[in-house]
Design a protein around this ligand. Structure first.
Ligand code: ASP
Length: 579
C-alpha cells in the first residue's frame, strides 16, 4: 500500500465518490459530540476529514487521541459537503473525506507554540524551527526562494555560464570584513579562512579560460548581525572574460528578470538606469538611493560663500533639501537629535509656514540671494547640512530616507532598480589615515585614472558598480585589473609592501603574468534579494536555519565549547574559558 493516492490539497467536486488515501499533519481537530473533524495538511493544502462513529467506530475511537501536528493516514470516500458547510476559502472546500480507516502514523508532544499563533518569540521559533517552517509564511518564503533561485540558474545556463565550485577552506579574501578561521590539525598554528567571497578563484577561472562562470556561492563574513546580514549568506557569483561593464550589467539584469519571471511576476524593464556615484551622492546623499520619492538634495555652496551665517560661510560644502511639511519645533528637535547621532554638529533649517513666512533662527543672517535660493512652497521645511562633502551627503542622505518614510512619501507601488557606476577607487581609512579600497583591491581603475594612483589616489575612479533595488544594495561588481604591474601599484597605494603583497596574493600576481584576459564580474546577495521579493523585512525569514542577532543558533546550540582534547589536537589553548 502506498502512503497516499493524492495530496491533501487536490480533491475537488469531480472526485466525489472516489475512495482515496491521504496522509499529512493534523492542522486542527474539532470534536462535535461524536463527529470529529480534522483538517489534514501537507505541502499542497488542507483537506477536511470527517470521522463518524457510525461509519467507522474504530477510527472514531482513535480520533479522540489526535492532537495538533500528529501525522495521520486516512482512507475514505470523497463526499460533497452540504451547501451550508461549503468553505469557499479552501480550494478543497466543496468536499470532505468520510473516513473508513485511520492510522496515527506519528505523534507529537504538546507544541511550544501553535502554527497559526501571531507574534511568537523569534528565539522560540528558531529553537523549534522544524515546526516554524511548517507555517504558511515559512513554506511560502522558502518555496519562493527555491523558485527564484531555480529561475536564475536556468537563465545563467541559457546564457552559457558554467557552474563551477570553489573551496570553502582557503586564504583570506579581502572584502572588508573579518574572517572566520579554521584551525588545522595537520599543521597546528595555521589556519584556513572561510571565503568572504570566491573573488580570486573566479578571476583564476577567467585566466584559465572558462570565459563565463557562475555559482550560487556561500560566503562567510564575521560582522555584527543585522536585519539584512548573517555570518553566512549566498551570492549569485558571476565572472566573465573579454567583458565590458555593459556586458556584465546586462547579464545581471537578465538574472534579476529571470527571478521575477520564475515567480510569474512582471519583470522590471531592462536596461535599468545607470547613475554615477557622484550624481547619486549629490542628489540623494547615498550610494544606494531609494528613488521612489523626491526630497532631492541641492547644493548651496556657491550662494553661501560670503554668508553672514558663519556656519555656512566656513563650511567646505553646504547642501539642503526641502521637506513638504512645515515641521514643528518638537519634530525639528527630534531630527536634530538624530543628525547628532549621525555625526553632525547641528541642524540648520528654515520653516516656511502656511502663510509663506520663513521662520528660523538663521534667517536674519541670510542675504536676499540666499533666501531666494532657499525659497520653498508654503508648508515646507528647508533642511541643511554644512560640512565636508562626504559628511554633508551622508547626513542629508540619512535624513532624506528618514523623512521619506516618516512623511510617507515612498510610493510603495513602484519598483526601482538602478545601477550606480563610477565609484571612487579608494576611500579614506579612518583608522590608518591612509586609503582603503571602496570595493576590493582587484577592482579596475577608470580608463585614464591610473596616473592618479600615485598623484591623487582619492580622485581616482574605479570600474566598480552596484545594483540597487528600492534603496537596498543587492550587490556589487567591477571590471578587474588584469595587468600585474597595475595590480602591484594598487597594492602599493593601499600601503602593502611588495613582500606583503607577495605573501598574501602571490598566486594572483603570478597568474596575472601568464596570459590574463580582461575580465569582470558581479556578486548579488541572494538572501536580501529574496527577502525583498518575499516582502519580508528580515533575511532570517527567508533563510531556513539562520542565527539570531547575537550570532547564536538556538536550534543546535551552536556555537559551543569543544572538549579540551580536541583543542589540544589543534594546538590551541584558551586564554579564557567561555562563560
Ligand atoms: N567579490 C565581490 C563581493 O563579494 C563581488 C565582485 O566583485 O564580483 O562583493
Amino acid at each position: 500500500m502506498s502512503w497516499r493516492d493524492v495530496m491533501c490539497g487536490e480533491p475537488r467536486e469531480g472526485d466525489v465518490g472516489r475512495t482515496l488515501t491521504l496522509a499529512g499533519w493534523a492542522a486542527r481537530r474539532r470534536d462535535h459530540g461524536g463527529l470529529v473533524f480534522v483538517d489534514l495538511r501537507d505541502r499542497s493544502g488542507l483537506m477536511q476529514l470527517v470521522v463518524n462513529p457510525e461509519r467507522s467506530p474504530a477510527a472514531a475511537e482513535l480520533a479522540k487521541e489526535i492532537r495538533n501536528e500528529f501525522v495521520l493516514q486516512a482512507r475514505g470516500e470523497v463526499v460533497a459537503r452540504s451547501p451550508e458547510t461549503v468553505n469557499p476559502k479552501m480550494p478543497t472546500g466543496e468536499v470532505e473525506l468520510q473516513v473508513d480507516e485511520l492510522t496515527i502514523v506519528s505523534r507529537s508532544t504538546p507544541l511550544p507554540f501553535q502554527l497559526d499563533e501571531e507574534g511568537v518569540d523569534e528565539t522560540l521559533r528558531l529553537r523549534y524551527r522544524w515546526l516554524d517552517l511548517r507555517t504558511e509564511r515559512m513554506q511560502r518564503n522558502l518555496r519562493l526562494s527555491g523558485t527564484a533561485v531555480a529561475g536564475i540558474r536556468r537563465r545563467m545556463e541559457e546564457l552559457g555560464f558554467v557552474d563551477l565550485w570553489t573551496p570553502s577552506m582557503t586564504r583570506a579574501t579581502p572584502e572588508g570584513a573579518r574572517d572566520f578561521l579554521v584551525p588545522v590539525r595537520l599543521q597546528p598554528g595555521t589556519f584556513f579562512a572561510l571565503p568572504q567571497s570566491p573573488q580570486l578563484f573566479k578571476q583564476l577561472f577567467m585566466i584559465a579560460g572558462f570565459d563565463r562562470y557562475y555559482q550560487i556561492a556561500t560566503c562567510f563574513r564575521d560582522e555584527d548581525l543585522r536585519a539584512d546580514r548573517q555570518f553566512e549568506f549566498r551570492q549569485l557569483d558571476v565572472e566573465m572574460a573579454f567583458a565590458e561593464r555593459e556586458d556584465v550589467l546586462a547579464v545581471l539584469e537578465e538574472a534579476v528578470r529571470a527571478a521575477f519571471e520564475a515567480l510569474e511576476r512582471e519583470a522590471p524593464v531592462a536596461p535599468f538606469p545607470r547613475l554615477t556615484w557622484s550624481d547619486v551622492m549629490a542628489r540623494y546623499g547615498s550610494d544606494k538611493p531609494d528613488v521612489r520619492f523626491g526630497l532631492e538634495i541641492q547644493d548651496a555652496t556657491e550662494v553661501t560663500r560670503g554668508s553672514e551665517f558663519g556656519v555656512f560661510a566656513n563650511a567646505p560644502c553646504v547642501r539642503f533639501f526641502v521637506a513638504p511639511k512645515a515641521l514643528s519645533r518638537a519634530e525639528l528637535a527630534r531630527l536634530e537629535e538624530l543628525v547628532k547621532e549621525w555625526g553632525a554638529k547641528g541642524l540648520a533649517y528654515i520653516v516656511v509656514d502656511e502663510s509663506g513666512e520663513m521662520r528660523s533662527p538663521i534667517v536674519r543672517f541670510l542675504s536676499e540671494p540666499e533666501l531666494e535660493a532657499f525659497r520653498a512652497e508654503s508648508g515646507s521645511t528647508v533642511l541643511f547640512a554644512a560640512d565636508e562633502s562626504r559628511a554633508a551627503a551622508r547626513v542629508l542622505g540619512l535624513l532624506r530616507s528618514h523623512l521619506g518614510r516618516e512623511l510617507e512619501l515612498v510610493d510603495e507601488s513602484r519598483d526601482e532598480f538602478l545601477w550606480v557606476v563610477d565609484f571612487p577607487l579608494f576611500e579614506p581609512d579612518e583608522e590608518t589615515g591612509g586609503w582603503t579600497f571602496s570595493h576590493h583591491p582587484f577592482t579596475g581603475i577608470a580608463p585614464g585614472h591610473e596616473e592618479l594612483l600615485e598623484s591623487d589616489p582619492g580622485a581616482a575612479l574605479s570600474q566598480a558598480y552596484d545594483l540597487v533595488w528600492n534603496g537596498w544594495e543587492l550587490g556589487s561588481g567591477s571590471i578587474r585589473i588584469h595587468r600585474q604591474d597595475v595590480q602591484q601599484r594598487v597594492f602599493r597605494a593601499l600601503g602593502l609592501t611588495e613582500g606583503e603583497a607577495k605573501e598574501k596574493f602571490g598566486f594572483l600576481l603570478d597568474a596575472l603574468q601568464m596570459g590574463a584576459p580582461p575580465h569582470g564580474g558581479f556578486a548579488m546577495g541572494l538572501d536580501r534579494f529574496i527577502a525583498l521579493l518575499a516582502a519580508e523585512p528580515n533575511i532570517r525569514e527567508v533563510i531556513a536555519f539562520p542565527k539570531v542577532s547575537s550570532g547564536a543558533d538556538p536550534l543546535t546550540g551552536a556555537p559551543s565549547r569543544v572538549p579540551r582534547e580536541q583543542l589540544e589536537e589543534l594546538g590551541i589553548r584558551l586564554l579564557e574559558e567561555p562563560s
